[in-house]
Design a protein around this ligand. Structure first.
Ligand SMILES: Nc1ncnc2c1ncn2[C@@H]1O[C@H](COP(=O)(O)OP(=O)(O)O)[C@@H](O)[C@H]1O
Ligand SMILES: [Mg+2]
Ligand SMILES: [Zn+2]
Length: 455
């Protein structure tokens, strides 16, 4: 048999390469590359010199089957992020920083799914059963019919699941699982991949849903959740800022529902409680209009969310002025500063610029461009945008304002929360329903002149 080519994989982003290096070329992380453990068996087909496989059954595309019945656990924020409940036999990855609340969320989810009738097994590889039971007690879940085990041996876990046949198995965490047929340490890329592969294949075969917990790691020795993202049906990330109580569960991939959907939770002493109206939460600290503060009418997944953007612009003591962004893309900020300078004649040279999305929320929509520009201008000119106004619209490099999707939903949410005006691009499909006074603008220079009397 020919000697197998060595391959190396980055534990942070999953990129593979043919040689080792200290720094991953794909993601730029240091000390994350390690060698993969080769498979012990030969090629998988006879034509390549291996043993012959069995024929597989082929079917056609037409189907009489109904879509799979989904189970809702009753926590609306979780059910929606899953795409409308749990699909039988699906594999779900829940990633997040250590300590963010993954085990708390999943123990609560396990209890709810068990209470609505799904036999549920929770396997902890990180904590002793007694610790998990203490958490259950603190969360008031001791009556939920969840079966619990503390185990890391994958073979024993699969054997048990196969005998017990639950509807849902939660594996906390995938990095602690140990497959004895793979010759490397628990947590290594090879182990995590093999364990995730066996668990997801098992899930499909037996119609058991599995939820894998994955810690986001910064260390090369432990593989991060990105290494298994492609193996699962649904990838959820649990995010939040330390010091803030609320947490966002975000679907970044979902074969059974829309990606980009978010669920909002609040971390309390009694566990995570759902936040049904996140806009109210993200705006709750607003008092009188302050220069630099603008409310953006955004869309997260299928849901409108209003968030406050805050900008601070101040003369810089540095030769290289600071550009600091929290919750938005720094490249996009640079672009908007450049457009303001080139198309509106408003320079930011010599000025430090800080931009925050309030409450630790992260926004990725280009629809926030105009709200960002408004916050920057408001801070720079020391002029407030009226408190009852929401802003949205995309800015092109030419300085033109482009309409964005779901304008009506944005306006409705704003009206629901007591706003009376909106600033939006011309050609926005505002519909007829909204009672908001919508000021339509065709380009950024016009916006600057109209709102700030400059430009
Ligand atoms: N006894 C407690 N009382 C209140 N909050 C707690 C308690 N123990 C842990 N927590 C909260 O739960 C968080 C840990 O959540 P956990 O679900 O274990 O996170 P993860 O599984 O993502 O590492 C802690 O950061 C803390 O905020
Ligand atoms: Mg945990
Ligand atoms: Zn990488």
């Amino acid at each position: 048999m020919a000697k197998a080519q060595k391959t190396f994989t980055c534990s942070a982003c999953g990129a593979s390469s043919s040689k080792w290096s200290g720094r991953c070329e794909a993601c730029g992380e240091w000390n994350t590359i390690s060698e993969d453990t080769p498979l012990s068996a030969g090629p998988a087909t006879k034509s390549l010199g291996g043993t012959r496989g069995a024929s597989i059954t082929l079917t056609d595309l037409s189907t009489e089957e109904a879509p799979p019945p989904r189970t809702e656990c009753g926590v609306g924020e979780l059910d929606r992020v899953l795409g409308g409940g749990l699909v039988p036999g699906s594999a779900i990855l829940v990633g997040g920083d250590p300590g963010i609340g993954k085990s708390t969320l999943l123990l609560q989810a396990a209890a709810r799914f068990a209470q609505v009738g799904l036999p549920t097994i929770y396997v902890s590889g990180e904590e002793a059963s007694a610790q998990v039971r203490m958490r259950a007690q603190r969360l008031g879940l001791t009556d939920a019919p969840v079966r619990l085990a503390a185990e890391t041996n994958l073979r024993d876990i699969l054997t048990t699941l196969d005998a017990e046949r639950p509807a849902l198995a939660i594996i906390d965490s995938i990095q602690t699982m140990w497959a004895d047929n793979v010759d490397s340490a628990p947590g290594s890329v090879s182990q995590v991949r093999a364990a995730a592969h066996e668990l997801t294949t098992f899930a499909k075969k037996r119609g058991i849903s599995v939820i894998l917990v994955g810690h986001v790691t910064k260390e090369g020795q432990i593989a991060g959740p990105r290494v298994v993202e492609h193996m699962v049906d649904t990838v959820l990330y649990f995010e939040g800022e330390r010091g803030h109580q609320f947490r966002i569960l975000r679907a970044v991939k979902n074969r059974f529902g829309p990606a980009d959907e978010i669920g909002v939770f609040e971390m309390t002493g009694a566990g995570l409680s759902e936040v049904v109206n996140p806009s109210a939460l993200f705006l709750s600290d607003r008092e009188d209009p302050a220069p630099g503060s603008v409310v953006f009418a955004g869309i997260e997944g299928t849901r409108p969310v209003l968030v406050e953007l805050q900008a601070l612009v101040a003369p810089s003591p540095h030769s290289q002025p600071r550009r600091s962004v929290l919750g938005w893309d720094s490249g996009r900020l640079a672009m908007i500063l450049a457009v303001l300078e080139a198309r509106c004649g408003i320079p930011f040279a010599g000025l430090d610029v800080y931009l925050n999305v309030a409450g630790g929320m992260k926004i990725s929509e280009p629809a926030a461009d105009l709200a960002v520009a408004a916050a920057l201008l408001s801070a720079r000119e020391d002029a407030s945008i009226p408190k009852d106004t929401v802003v949205f619209g995309e800015i092109s490099l030419s300085g033109a304002l482009r309409p964005v999707g779901q304008t009506e939903n944005r306006l409705k949410e704003a009206q629901k929360l007591g706003f009376t005006s909106a600033i939006a691009p011309t050609r926005s499909k505002t519909g007829s329903g909204s009672g908001l006074n919508v000021q339509k603008m065709s380009d950024l220079a016009g916006f600057v002149g109209e709102i700030f009397g400059a430009g």
